[in-house]
Unconditional design. Structure first.
Length: 356
């Protein structure tokens, strides 16, 4: 039986206002959200920042961000790896988790606003993006991490990227149902991908060094709902000491003395998804120290040299902070997006609730 979560963590609106203002300041007039001023834009991190704007109630700015994606979408439904000032800057590849993430962002915005006109307007972009992504899925279930300039799948897959795609497919199915469209092959693709992530580890990191040293490979399958409940908690506990530095945050890589705010925020949500509320709150509360005097978050902290590093303030870090704060406080109607899986078909539903 799921335990109904209780609102025990107040949304820190005052403390986060500088974060929101920073996102608004960096966003371009056309809706594009680069990493920072003079930085490049990629579709995934652009969407992460846009979700932060939705949480903050900046609905018009968030919708401009999604409209920018729709405007820049290629004919095959994808986006290039990065853009500068609205122009493609890396046309060597198109990354599947970047492409799929529009579904997560659009569904997140709809959960908060219930703006059906927005959902209807963005569905063609979501539809095309998901069709592109599942065209990159192999017979074994994994999704190629990217395709090359000519559209040919690159011969390998990433655990983190595929987990993100898995979550985006869940959101895409919700969107399709909401607009009255059936997409059964999306469900099949998601099921095959989940099976590969759980039972076919040999299909990932085939042609390069294992990415298991990265924290995201550890917790992202939990955050995305690939591993739930006891299995998810077992996965978190198994490598906790490798990655988490008490009082500082979560390392980006297990062998590097560097904690990062974004990974710590995503781990916060993964902890909530398996009922570890106290650990989640403790981890998140350790991150306030990594802000500048204005209240904007830095990327991270190198704790051997005792320096903030790099001296950058990515918009996607701000987006991740807002997502974690929302998940902890249940501030918006989208607060459960990364802490609960809801799959419905034919009147049945499977839920993963965060416990208190």
């Amino acid at each position: 039986m799921a335990i109904t979560p209780q609102k025990s963590y107040p949304y820190p609106a005052v403390e986060l206002q500088a974060t929101v203002d920073y996102l608004l300041a960096v966003q371009r007039d056309n809706g594009e959200i680069p990493w920072f001023e003079e930085g490049h834009t990629d579709p995934w991190n652009h969407t992460e920042a846009a979700m932060g704007l939705s949480i903050a109630g900046e609905y018009a700015a968030a919708e401009r961000a999604y409209d920018w994606l729709a405007d820049e979408q290629l004919e095959d439904g994808s986006w290039w790896a990065s853009y500068v000032d609205g122009e493609p800057s890396n046309i060597t590849r198109r990354e599947t988790n970047y492409v799929a993430y529009i579904a997560t962002g659009v569904w997140h915005h709809f959960l908060i606003t219930r703006n059906k006109e927005f959902l209807d307007r963005l569905f063609p972009a979501v539809d095309a993006a998901i069709e592109f992504v599942i065209s990159m899925q192999s017979e074994h279930g994994e999704v190629a991490w990217a395709c090359d300039t000519l559209g040919e799948p690159m011969d390998d897959a990433l655990v983190t990227g595929s987990s993100s795609v898995y979550k985006s497919l869940e959101c895409a199915l919700h969107i399709a149902r909401a607009v009255g469209v059936l997409r059964p092959k999306w469900r099949t693709a998601r099921q095959k991908l989940g099976t590969a992530l759980r039972h076919r580890p040999e299909r990932f990191d085939r042609n390069w060094e294992s990415k298991s040293r990265y924290a995201m490979d550890w917790f992202y399958p939990v955050l995305a709902g690939v591993f739930q409940s006891e299995q998810g908690l077992e996965r978190i506990d198994a490598r906790w000491d490798e990655f988490v530095e008490e009082g500082l945050g979560c390392r980006c890589e297990n062998h590097q003395p560097w904690v990062t705010v974004a990974e710590s925020c995503e781990l916060t949500m993964a902890l909530l998804s398996v009922g570890e509320t106290v650990r989640a709150q403790t981890l998140f509360d350790s991150l306030w120290q990594w802000r500048d005097e204005a209240g904007v978050f830095w990327t991270g902290y190198q704790f051997v040299e005792e320096i903030l590093w790099p001296l950058e303030q990515p918009t996607w870090t701000s987006g991740a902070v807002l997502l974690a704060a929302d998940a902890l406080s249940q501030h918006t109607a989208a607060s459960h997006l990364f802490t609960e899986v809801n799959e419905s078909k034919g009147g049945t539903a499977e839920h993963r609730k965060l416990a208190t």
